[in-house]
Design a binder for this molecule. Structure first.
Ligand code: ACO
Length: 429
């Protein structure tokens, strides 16, 4: 097989472009010299065929429905590992030894508190602010506090930054929720594991004892593992692009949180539950399937379709299994949402439109049903995604800033505006 591609322009001029091949996945054309050699650009809005970087963290085979974190299947990790171990793996490239795990886990426990002044930021928000607005703002605000971790050329700074982000994001997310319901913020309790601590910060009140339900903590752990990374998705690419400018690392994280919020990305889990409420009953499914297929109607089946997966999203399969387990422990599908979701999936998967376009349920189709069963309100679904994905953003950010060849990300464009023209005085227009 040739090590290069030949590109010929309309005038017949040819240029040889190198081929780049990773460990797994299709080869790519290295077009970096294309402009200098030919004066032409490539055009790929939405990046459907463009690799923005080399990365050793996560691999997806969208046709086969495979997701690997550092070579390990995410669905296997969801069954055998735990979220903190997966964080270590994503950050360091290898599974930890027992000693490495203990040191890492303990460090995460010790970094859970946020600066007391940051706590006061919450009270500046309007009472009905969306928790994602608070999350991105407070994480952005961390830029003004943790100056001892912003020298990205220092490995010690990078390590503490990573641990701080992973440890503090549940505290900030739970505080956003507490503020939105008018309850006092609950400080972290470092004798609890990561997910139990989060549940306590979400649901405990000073007036009562609170006991963490291990079924809920286990379900969260699985969901966090499955959301931990997904290579160059929109929010991770945003973190990389912002971080490539050399901005404060916490500011780069805040940009990722903002990108995650959209309904085409992490906001889909909230949108799925809203959609199930809108559909209301199994009897209305056909009507909504027809709306989703109607090009003149903006309605889409939320939680369906994916840019990369053209087969089952392996994360959705694991989450679906957990959905049954959680609902069993929490008294069943009392409002029929799981049944509605399963019928919707069944009907859509047999429908020619969805089959032909290879639209399958994605990670968010069932996650909201679990969150709802655990008592997590709908507007907290996307912050839940952000907690899990923080390690992915951090791992990609650190991989990028550790690369001596890093350059600022700066795409080009096809200009379609007016040609150069002379200024006309206001009285003559
Ligand atoms: N319902 C109905 N039709 C759909 C859906 C859907 N959920 N998703 C895609 N299609 C159709 C499109 O209308 C389009 O049809 P066309 O070729 O006739 O024009 C075709 O399938 C391809 O869709 P695109 O939007 O071009 O695919 P793209 O890769 O750009 O978008 C996305 C992927 C954003 C996930 C899309 O499938 C979608 O909007 N899904 C619903 C939102 C969602 O669940 N997002 C979460 C994604 S996973 C994550 O980020 C966690």
């Amino acid at each position: 097989m040739s090590d290069s591609y030949t590109v010929t322009d309309p005038s017949g001029n040819s240029v040889e472009l190198p081929k780049v091949q990773g460990t797994l996945g299709p080869p790519a054309v290295d077009v970096r010299k294309l402009y200098a050699s030919t004066g032409g650009f490539t055009f790929d809005p939405g990046f459907t065929s463009t690799c923005s970087c080399e990365s050793g963290i996560t691999y997806i085979d969208g046709n086969e429905g495979v997701l690997l974190y550092r070579g390990y299947r995410a669905d296997e990790l969801a069954k055998k590992s735990n979220f903190i171990e997966v964080c270590y793996l994503l950050l360091n490239g290898e599974l930890p030894t027992k000693a490495e795990y203990d040191e890492f886990e303990s460090a995460i426990r010790m970094h859970t508190m946020i600066n007391e002044s940051l706590k006061r930021f919450f009270t500046g928000f309007h009472y009905d602010a969306h928790p994602m607005a608070m999350l991105s703002s407070i994480v952005g605000g961390m830029s003004a506090f943790y100056h001892d971790t912003t020298n990205t050329s220092d490995p010690e700074h990078r390590t503490i930054f990573a641990r701080r982000m992973i440890a503090k994001i549940p505290t900030i997310a739970a505080a956003a929720y507490k503020y939105s319901v008018g309850q006092p913020l609950v400080y972290p309790s470092n004798d609890l594991d990561y997910c139990s601590n989060f549940l306590r910060m979400m649901f405990a009140v000073p007036a009562e004892e609170y006991a963490v339900d291990p079924v809920a903590a286990e379900a969260l752990d699985v969901l966090f593992i499955l959301h931990a990374d997904h290579e160059q998705n929109a929010s991770t690419s945003t973190v990389r692009l912002a971080g490539s400018t050399g901005c404060n690392p916490y500011a780069a994280m805040a940009s990722g949180i903002s990108a995650l919020w959209g309904p085409a990305h992490g906001g889909a889990n909230e949108a799925v539950l809203n959609m199930l409420n809108q559909i209301g009953s199994v009897d209305n499914i056909d009507q909504y399937i027809a709306k989703a297929k109607d090009k003149s109607d903006p309605f889409r089946l939320m939680g369906f379709g994916h840019r990369v997966y053209k087969n089952f999203d392996p994360r959705a399969t694991v989450i679906r299994e957990h959905c049954h387990k959680v609902l069993k422990a929490y008294g069943g599908d009392s409002d029929g949402k799981l049944e509605l979701a399963m019928r919707l999936e069944e009907i859509a998967l047999k429908d020619e439109y969805f089959v032909e376009k290879k639209l399958y349920p994605n990670v968010d189709f069932y996650s909201g049903i679990i969150y709802k069963a655990l008592g997590i309100p709908t507007n907290m679904f996307t912050p839940m995604f952000a907690i899990g994905r923080t390690v992915g953003w951090v791992a990609h950010y650190l991989e990028m800033v550790s690369d001596p060849g890093m350059r600022i990300g700066r795409p080009r464009q096809i200009y379609t505006g007016a040609d150069e023209r002379a200024y006309t005085d206001i009285g003559s227009r």
